[in-house]
Design a protein around this ligand. Structure first.
Ligand SMILES: Nc1nc2c(ncn2[C@@H]2O[C@H](COP(=O)(O)OP(=O)(O)OP(=O)(O)O)[C@@H](O)[C@H]2O)c(=O)[nH]1
Ligand SMILES: [Mg+2]
Length: 293
């Protein structure tokens, strides 16, 4: 039933199996603690979960589910209807921005939307080429310039063009690294400002892409981007390649932002909507036999 999320959680599930080879009806708190820590659930959260469990030494599925649910209360991703709706995608280099943009564009397209891409990572020529290749592959238009051109101008042109042509969605790629942090921060701020000049209210969603293989250490990175531009939503990539699936609890709690998608592979179909309840069920399924409770 949870095939897709399971794909993203399979390494974490393997790690759990090392600790708990057989699924159980009830688990002792000590083993549960070990499992959670091994999955990269942050230490404070593990301690907190244990604290809020019933006082008995062993607990059942429903008990654990109850405490886990408290961490994903910020799940609403309310998006107002806007045409074009502009997503600005940011994150450190290598996090998976460009690939994620291709996957998002593919999803939009499959749901009947007209989507245009903007290659505002003008810092590296290869970055422009990479997004162009994806645009060709999934057959969506892209606006780009030569390397070193003003990324804000690319964003402006993309939005203006999409607006004039009646497109539904715009997704803008950005650089993950510039010569230094101050440059990156100024550039991102400028792109946000200029998007708003091309279309009132744009970018409508500033999405931060985080590399799931970094586990908890991505949280500080996220905070720093949040301070620069104010993030609206998170996408966690590479969940298929990590046993640190538990870090999602930390990300959700620390950032208080919705995790909208997770990346579970390198192909255009490997982006799935994140559903906290489903995610929790998958974790519970690796620990407990189903007891309908
Ligand atoms: N396994 C796996 N690999 C991924 C996923 N998302 C991205 N990748 C890979 O991660 C690498 C980096 O992805 P990019 O999309 O180029 O990352 P980026 O953030 O655009 O990087 P820069 O442009 O350098 O800032 C590529 O090899 C991707 O194929 C994912 O969900 N799973
Ligand atoms: Mg890129």
């Amino acid at each position: 039933m949870f095939g897709f999320i399971k794909k993203g959680f399979s390494k974490t599930a393997d790690a759990i199996k090392e600790i708990l080879p057989e699924k159980v009806l009830k688990i002792d708190k000590e083993t549960l603690e070990e499992i959670l820590l091994e999955s990269d659930v942050p230490y404070e959260i593990v301690e907190e979960m244990i604290y809020y469990l019933p006082p008995q030494d062993t607990v059942k599925r429903a008990d654990v589910k109850h405490v886990m649910k408290a961490y994903f209360i910020y799940k609403t991703d309310e998006v107002e209807e806007q045409k074009p709706f502009v997503d600005l995608v940011i994150g450190v280099n290598g996090a998976g921005k460009t690939t994620t943009i291709a996957k998002m564009a593919n999803n939009y397209k499959n749901s009947g939307k007209k989507v245009m891409l903007g290659a505002s990572d003008t810092f590296r020529a290869a970055a422009i080429e990479q997004l162009k290749r994806w645009a060709d592959k999934i057959e969506v238009p892209i606006v780009y310039t030569a390397q070193d051109h003003d990324p804000s101008a690319v964003a402006y042109d993309t939005i203006s063009s999409a607006n004039a042509k009646g497109f539904d969605n715009v997704i803008i790629d950005t650089a993950g690294r510039l010569h230094n942090h101050a440059n990156l921060s100024n550039e991102l701020k400028k792109i946000v400002r200029i998007c708003g000049k091309a279309k009132e209210g744009a970018p409508h969603r500033k999405i931060l892409v985080l590399d799931g293989t970094q586990g908890n250490s991505a949280i500080n990175q996220a905070k720093s981007f949040n301070e620069i531009v104010g993030i609206d939503a998170i996408i966690i990539t590479k969940l298929d390649g990590t046993a640190k699936g538990g870090a999602l609890f930390g990300v959700a709690r620390e950032l208080k932002l919705p995790i909208i998608y997770v990346g579970v592979g390198e192909s255009k179909d490997d982006l799935i909507p994140f559903n906290p309840d489903e995610f929790i069920e998958v974790i519970l399924d690796t620990i407990f036999v189903r007891d309908n409770g």
